[in-house]
Design a protein around this ligand. Structure first.
Ligand code: UT7
Length: 321
């Protein structure tokens, strides 16, 4: 009997129409295109329009993922939205997405693991499918991160952008395709290194993003390589077997550092940070949607996803596409 695995049937991404370049930002923030490109590799970011919410971005991405999967909304019985910027404190943004997709059946909930949220969502959906709790899942990473920025703090406000990415998962039994192995980690002792300055229970405000950038940077490469190596050793594959590396898009230098440490050739690394900036939970599915859409990632390819962010949280997932 072949092993049942969660297969990615389709992916989709959505970016708000408005683009803010580094040039434009440097008119209101004490920064420069040169500093941002040199330190982070970002050239521009997308910013959601007034009245455009995280759930709206999520719904656009979800519809594109369903089209890509050639499935209908009604086929979905599990919606997981990974987000740090929900429409409201409650209900879950996933419930609002469920409503906007016109669905009444199944289950919908949010996951909060900041930039690692999509990986956490993927692993949760994988477990639901394998246990028989759901048949087809929509896993969405969606953020309006620009809404929780302090626009007077140049150390954070130049780094983030808005967007959403989605994947449709379904259990399949060919034994080859699907999620082969995943590794999730967290260490709450680093909670104060990357957080918001407020929240419902503490300040009754949403707060702004606060980051000790150097500290986060110092931990990022080591933590990313650890989980990637865990996943490879769990499956018996090596770095040489990988067709694509799809990292969280926070900083080009972190991506390059992890790629070099793991000995992954740069041409196998999907990069979107230059155009999307850091879209937190949306960054990995957005990068996936781009690379599947332009034909780089094809059926049968071996794809490694990874992310690291607030918590700290970090994780990796190996998928036979
Ligand atoms: O998704 C979550 C994961 N997040 C990350 O992975 C982010 C990790 N951290 C980083 O990417 C980097 O630490 C940053 C890009 C945030 C900062 O880069 P850095 O090389 O660590 O710079 P720094 O904080 O040490 O700042 C160097 C200088 C400082 O000036 P002085 O004190 O040397 O005069 C800053 O004030 O750069 C200055 N600076 C800026 N200058 C122009 C900081 N931000 C800016 C800015 N524009 N936006």
């Amino acid at each position: 009997m072949s092993t049942l695995r969660s297969i990615v049937r389709g992916v989709g991404g959505y970016l708000p129409a408005r683009i803010v370049t580094n040039e434009e930002l440097s008119k209101t923030v004490d920064t420069s295109d040169e500093w941002i490109q040199q330190r982070v590799g970002i050239k521009q970011r997308h910013v959601a329009a007034e009245g455009e919410f995280t759930s709206d971005l999520a719904v656009h991405a979800a519809r594109r993922a369903l089209d890509n999967a050639r499935l209908a909304q009604a086929d979905i019985d599990l919606i997981i939205v990974a987000t740090t910027t929900p429409d409201l404190t409650f209900p879950a943004t996933a419930a609002i997405v469920q409503q906007k997709l016109g669905l009444h059946h199944g289950a919908a909930f949010d996951i909060q693991a900041v930039c690692s949220g999509f990986l956490y969502g993927l692993v949760t959906a994988d477990s639901f499918l394998k246990s028989g709790m759901a048949r087809r899942a929509l896993v969405i990473g969606a953020e309006t991160a620009t809404r929780i920025l302090d626009w007077t703090d140049r150390t954070t406000c130049v780094l983030f952008g808005d967007g959403a990415g989605a994947a449709v998962l379904e259990l399949g039994g060919d034994g080859e395709h699907g999620i082969l192995a995943s590794s999730l980690r967290s260490d709450g002792h680093f909670a104060d290194k990357l957080n918001t300055t407020g929240g419902p229970s503490t300040t009754q405000t949403i707060g702004h993003i606060h980051m000790e950038g150097k500290e986060v940077f110092r931990h990022a490469v080591g933590k990313i390589t650890d989980v990637v190596e865990n996943v490879l050793s769990a499956t018996g594959y090596t770095v040489k077997d990988l067709d694509w590396f799809v990292p969280h898009q926070a900083n080009l230098r972190i991506i390059q550092g992890a790629g070099e440490k793991l000995h992954i050739p740069p041409e196998k690394v999907i990069i979107t940070v230059d155009r999307h900036a850091n879209t937190s939970a949306a960054s990995v599915p957005l990068a996936l949607a781009e690379a599947v859409g332009d034909g780089r990632i094809k059926r049968g390819d071996l794809v490694m996803l990874e992310a690291m962010g607030g918590g700290f949280t970090w994780g990796a997932s190996l998928i036979r596409w």
